[in-house]
Design a protein around this ligand. Structure first.
Ligand code: NAP
Length: 257
């Protein structure tokens, strides 16, 4: 197949449904000629994930709860069975307890904090560690998804903001560690998009409406924008880009109060 990602193999994690940013990325990468492998969290999502997988002729679709080391190891056994090496790892996973986000940051308890950082940040390290030998030497690309609440105070985002700040730091450190192995690591910082996990944020629709009204470009970015930037960053025109967090948010991040 022709396209900017022809001949590439991409493992896309974090597909929950058609709205998932991971799914938009998988579809775009498929259209650009990549071979796709998908992972989803658990039995609850299996039917939907398998149905979606058909839409991108996925080489495999496998479960993986990233809070479980054994499930990460099992995912990579599946990956290796299909692909002796691969080129692109998409990390599109985040979690914070909804009740913790409803309250104030000061009230967040240790377990909710640990879980948010474990699933949203440590999982990137755990997945990359397993992927490293399969990505090495292939001008490979790791991509994760962040949000501007990592850098500025966004109402109700507090715990996730801390997690995303750590995620963006992890991107920089991983990029420095893995560059000589031919592995690039970047983040896309996306504007707000109505997905399952975004809808958990208190008053998310109000936030969307406000963002749409304030965005310098006069309209919101969407999952297709995220997927287009992801394709660029993982493709042949970004071979010397690593360690960065790249915004696609209709300019929202340049605004002050
Ligand atoms: P989404 O469709 O709900 O995707 C989040 C994914 O994370 C889901 O597939 C979810 O699986 C998965 N996940 C949660 N806990 C997991 C675990 N323990 N193991 C494996 N997977 C787990 O929402 P999304 O908006 O596309 O989110 C994708 C990424 O984009 C996240 O990092 C998010 O922070 C980021 N992002 C989103 C926005 C936005 O406005 N939507 C903006 C900027 C950045 P389950 O559904 O099975 O729990």
């Amino acid at each position: 197949m022709s396209g900017a990602l022809a001949g590439k193999r991409a493992l896309v994690t974090g597909v929950a449904n058609e709205r998932s940013l991971a799914w938009q990325i998988a579809e775009r990468f498929f259209r650009e000629g990549a071979e796709i492998g998908l992972s989803y969290q658990g039995a609850r999502q299996e039917r939907r994930a398998r149905r979606l997988a058909q839409g991108v002729a996925a080489a495999f679709v496998a479960p993986c709860d990233v809070s479980q080391d054994a499930e990460i190891a099992a995912l990579f056994e599946t990956v290796e069975r299909h692909w002796p090496q691969f080129d692109i790892l998409i990390h599109a996973i985040a979690f914070a307890d909804a009740a913790a986000l409803q309250g104030k940051l000061i009230a967040v308890e240790r377990e909710a904090f640990r879980q948010a950082l474990d699933i949203s940040v440590y999982s990137l390290l755990a997945l990359v560690r397993q992927a490293q030998s399969l990505l090495r030497g292939r001008r490979a690309s790791v991509l994760t998804l962040s949000y501007h609440g990592a850098r500025k105070v966004v109402p109700d985002y507090h715990l996730m903001g801390i997690a995303k700040a750590a995620l963006e730091a992890a991107v920089r450190y991983l990029a420095a560690e893995l560059g000589r192995e031919g592995i690039r690591v970047n983040a896309v910082s996306a504007g707000p998009v109505k997905t399952l996990s975004a809808a958990v944020l208190p008053r998310f629709q109000d936030k969307l409406d406000l963002a749409a009204a304030r965005a310098p470009l006069g309209e919101l970015s969407d999952g297709a924008d995220v997927a287009a930037l992801a394709a660029f960053l993982c493709g042949p025109d970004a071979l010397h880009m690593t360690g960065g967090t790249h915004y696609v948010d209709s300019g929202l991040h340049v605004l002050g109060a």
